[in-house]
Ligand binder design. Structure first.
Ligand SMILES: [Zn+2]
Length: 274
């Protein structure tokens, strides 16, 4: 398959936008680019239309693809970009020419540009977007890159109640404490971070403060926080999910939807959850 770019690293919003502009300059007869709207950080949610020939793209059956609705699923965005690239670059090949003349492809390659950039440029993990939800952590252990090496690792601290001990064979390794281990020192092993508030026994590791899950914010099957964590205050509360829903509703020629995620290695058909 012919492609224009190399796929050997993950593209943030700025790089991806440059690549889209480049494809548009190279293949103006195939690709058009539309900003559906802006995010809180003033980034566009891009919608790409791929089509060839005289027919209006809206008058042909369409295949819809989106990626990176979850911030860390940057491979989803790269996959979507690869599809765009392959359809543009190979558009003179007989089979791709046929597809582009008879069908329309809509691709939204990065549904959460803010969250995805936060994931790529900081050590943090987050579900969809870097907006605090449901509420700021008040006490407990909060994951944080304390030594500034760009990765949140594990850390240990001494405690008589600790479930871990240092390996005799390799002092860099921790081993589980056994029932017959009475003599310390023993350690707790926890995520790298800082403790907020007082604690003695029962240190609580807090969840990521960015709990919004865009994929749980759609009107179909929406439930509140207790049953569906991350669902948000109400369906389509986010700019990003609203823009996506409006795009799909305004393109009734869409006959197939492929949402690219990164877990499981499976195809999940609706209605489905896990
Ligand atoms: Zn996902």
């Amino acid at each position: 398959m012919k492609i224009t770019f190399k796929y050997d690293n993950y593209w943030d919003y700025e790089t991806m936008t440059e690549k889209l502009e480049e494809l548009k300059a190279l293949y103006p007869e195939v690709i058009s680019l539309e900003s559906l709207g802006k995010t809180k950080e003033d980034k566009s949610v891009w919608a790409v239309t791929l089509s060839k020939g005289d027919k209006d793209p809206k008058d042909k059956p369409a295949f819809y693809i989106d990626g990176n609705i979850h911030a860390g699923e940057v491979t989803g965005s790269m996959c979507a970009m690869y599809v765009i690239d392959a359809l543009c670059t190979g558009n003179n090949e007989e089979d791709i020419d046929y597809l582009l003349r008879n069908y329309t492809y809509y691709v939204l390659p990065k549904l959460t540009p803010d969250g995805s950039d936060y994931y790529l440029h900081t050590a943090n993990k987050l579900r969809s977007v870097n907006k605090v939800y449901p509420k700021e952590t008040e006490k407990g252990l909060v994951a944080k890159d304390m030594d500034g090496d760009g990765v949140i690792r594990l850390m240990r601290f001494k405690s008589n109640q600790g479930a871990w001990k240092i390996s005799k064979e390799n002092p860099r390794l921790m081993e589980g404490r056994l029932p017959q281990d009475f003599k310390g020192p023993f350690y707790h092993v926890v995520t790298e971070g800082e403790v907020k508030g007082n604690f003695s026994l029962g240190l609580v590791t807090n969840k990521s403060p960015w709990g919004y899950d865009f994929n749980r914010n759609f009107p179909f099957g929406w439930y509140d926080e207790k049953r569906q964590p991350g669902s948000g205050e109400y369906p389509l509360v986010h700019d990003e999910t609203k823009l996506m829903a409006d795009f799909i509703l305004s393109h009734p020629n869409i006959g197939f939807v492929n949402a690219l995620h990164t877990s499981g290695g499976v195809f999940i058909y609706p209605p489905g959850t896990y």
